[in-house]
Design a protein around this ligand. Sequence first.
Ligand code: ATP
Ligand code: MG
Length: 337
Amino acid sequence: MLELKNVSKIFNLTGSVEDERIALDNVSLQIKPGEFVTIIGGNGSGKSTTLNIVSGSLIPDSGKVILNDVDITKMPEHRRAAYFGRVFQDPLIGTAADMSVLENLEIAYQRGRIHSPITWGFKKADKEYFIEELKRFDLGLENRLGQKVGVMSGGQRQALTLLMATIRHRPTIKMMRRDYILFSQKDKVQAANEFDAELETNKIILKDKLDALKNSNLSRKERRIKAKEAMFEFDQAMLAKFDLTKQILLLDEHTAALDPKTARKVLELTNKIVCENQMTTLMVTHNMKDALTYGNRLIMFHSGHIILDVSGKEKQKLKVDDLLKMFEEADEKLINE
Ligand SMILES: Nc1ncnc2c1ncn2[C@@H]1O[C@H](COP(=O)(O)OP(=O)(O)OP(=O)(O)O)[C@@H](O)[C@H]1O
Ligand SMILES: [Mg+2]
């Protein structure tokens, strides 16, 4: 669960009171795991500020950001990066232009992670996984793994950024341990001991399997495959028990800079990835039709407040005209105040 509790953010460029911009005014919000929230609202209503506060690019002036019951308000952005995937409006942000498609994907996969002692066998498997994922995009990216991202079109870059933001990061042992201690709600020492004991057990199981392979009369190739399987099982056993945080996807008008056809494609793909993986997602869009079509919850911002928050059937019943009317009413109310 992701929560904002009474979050306020005021920008003030000059220091004088007249120049104060209240970007968010005491906003509270709870997002349940698996919710796909579309966010609409006029220019300057606080949408990007909200996403920036969630990701840690901005620290609120007051209020809290809570992830799985843990206060992460002051956790630095780079440390939070493992729990969030982001795609911005500008296709140039999010990928490294002078690196290849494959290098960009590798970085995203390993982001914030320190190598665990047993990851060496997985490089090729990573590549196959990336190729499979890229094929789903239907943009031919799977054939351009070695190409520098800088020469690609905006749509291709944005599709790649989306994949980078949604591939399940491979947590290392060190990080999994740190997060388990942080998010398990258990006493710190108890959580660490539990982790270490389980790690020891799984290491012994792995070592036994690898020793048995060494002494077997299987071919080298067969042994390599079996060793990979054993390491995969090791990872899975640890992940199943200790990987508590599922990635949350933050999309800020991520199709706005693309031509209509590519935008549609990237949006459809977004929907597919989010729904298949039941990813908790916040998607900012100016397209009200898209906000109604996609997602299972819709939030409307106005002048730093949430003025509409609907889910499920209630959302399905809404029409673009209803949203436009609400915008107008909120504007009138503001003028009359
Ligand atoms: N870094 C900043 N410095 C000063 N003011 C800012 C800054 N970031 C945002 N603001 C102000 O805070 C308010 C909310 O901005 P925000 O970017 O959250 O709006 P938004 O809803 O994302 O709008 P848009 O649809 O135009 O992207 C605006 O008045 C904006 O000018
Ligand atoms: Mg914005």
